[in-house]
Design a protein around this ligand. Structure first.
Ligand code: SF4
Length: 299
């Protein structure tokens, strides 16, 4: 395949995949909301879980977005240094967003800051947002598509704590964020926590945390224990689906961390809603692909 055809072919795949993500939730999110529904005892909360499931079935049958807010499109890319279309990926993902906006359709959510004009294409300055990691020696690319809806993005927050505030300070920050603004994000939430040196490193890690599967664990056992304790503590608040009370507030809590400066604790929270639209695709060097986040997909 010549380069021009390869670029066109990958643009088509990414456009179809991006549009698909707006309509069908990832396998882990569907499984977790079904599990929370099965464990729920509050009749109102049960009715809400059932209405969420009906909504998803209807979106599937009618081939329509699973929530009206299809968000700002963000791509988190881990690209091999030897991936054949590395230099073309930015343009491919821009054109994929334009195409997915028409194909989906996706709601127009890109407003040029300071001009206060909606571009009407879901593209604009630095949108779609691209986050890059280069994987040495690899020839494939792993791409996470994320739809940053307004409500699920609203609770996002980051702060640098004094070192003496310790892990208790991290816990207090997470609880403050979720109890004050979590309800805006259509619970049950997937809570991502970043712990690092500064606000921007913690914020980036908190976003990466909500790209991880719902029931995954941090590899460090202390961090994994903190994930579990935060999840249990947040569930005890009983925010419930859509904030109308119930046994669960969250689908889970995922922590991502880095080594940090000894004098600071950067902490950030990002939240995903019950309609957590994210998808992971692996593009191989020959442009064949595997969809890792959703089962049984035909694009
Ligand atoms: S928080 Fe999620 S489910 Fe609620 S309106 Fe926004 S995108 Fe839709």
């Amino acid at each position: 395949m010549d380069k021009e055809s390869a670029v066109q072919s990958l643009t088509d795949v990414m456009a179809k995949f991006t549009a698909y993500i707006g309509k069908r939730l990832p396998t882990d999110v569907k499984a977790k909301t079904a599990k929370l529904r099965a464990a729920e005892t509050n009749p109102l909360a049960i009715a809400i879980y059932d209405s969420m499931a009906e909504n998803q079935d209807a979106a599937d049958k009618l081939d329509r977005p699973s929530c009206q807010d299809t968000g700002v499109i963000q791509y988190f890319i881990a690209a091999g240094a030897k991936f054949p279309l590395l230099g073309e990926l930015e343009e491919i993902l821009l054109n994929a967003t334009l195409e997915a906006t028409k194909k989906g359709p996706l709601r127009h959510n890109a407003v040029e800051t300071f001009d206060e004009k909606n571009t009407g294409t879901n593209t604009g300055s630095k949108i779609p947002w691209l986050d890059w990691e280069i994987v040495p020696d690899a020839d494939y690319a792993l791409i996470d598509v994320y739809m940053a809806g307004g409500g699920c993005t609203l609770p996002g927050s980051a702060k640098v704590l004094m070192p003496g505030q310790g892990y208790e300070g991290v816990t207090e920050f997470v609880f403050d964020v979720i109890t004050s603004r979590g309800v805006n994000a259509c619970p049950p939430l997937l809570v991502g926590v970043g712990v690092s040196t500064s606000v921007e490193t913690a914020a980036r890690l908190s976003k990466r945390a909500i790209l991880r599967p719902v029931d995954s664990q941090h590899p460090n056992e202390n961090a994994a224990l903190m994930e579990k304790l935060l999840e249990e503590g947040l569930n005890e608040i009983g925010i419930g689906p859509q904030g109308l009370t119930g046994n669960s507030s969250v689908m889970g809590v995922n922590i991502e961390s880095s080594a940090r400066h000894p004098s600071t604790i950067g902490v950030a929270v990002s939240t995903g809603c019950w309609a957590h639209r994210r998808g992971k695709i692996r593009i191989n060097a020959d442009l064949s692909y595997d969809i890792l986040s959703h089962e049984g997909v035909v694009l």
